[in-house]
Design a protein around this ligand. Sequence first.
Ligand SMILES: [Ca+2]
Ligand SMILES: [Ca+2]
Length: 115
Amino acid sequence: MRSTLSDAELAQARTAFFETDQDGSGAIDRSELAHMLKSLGQTPTKSMIEEIFIAADGGADANGNGKIELREFLCWYSKQLQKKNNTAHDDVRCTCTCTCTCTCTCTCTCTCTWY
Ligand SMILES: [Ca+2]
Ligand SMILES: [Ca+2]
C-alpha cells in the first residue's frame, strides 16, 4: 500500500476508524458505517453504503469480505483526501445552496460528495 497520508492525517484516520468500529472487532461493517455517517449529519441510504463498500473505482472493502479493515480504511481514506484535493483544485466544489429534494426544473448540478 502506498500511503499518501501525512502523520496527522494518519492519526486522524485511525481515530475515525476506531470511533466507527463500535464493537471493537477491528473492522467496520455496514451498520457501523451507517451509524458513522449519521453522526456526521448524513442520511445514509443503502446504496450510499454500498457505494462506499464496493464502488467500482475503489470501494473501501477491497477484499470484498463485507467489512472494512483498518488497512482498507486507511487506503480508502487517503483516496478520499486525494479526491477532495483534486476537487478543490478544479474548483468544482459544491457552491449550490439548493438543498431541496423537490422535482422542480432547476438545473442545479452540484457535485458535492457525501463528506
Ligand atoms: Ca466492528
Ligand atoms: Ca474487507
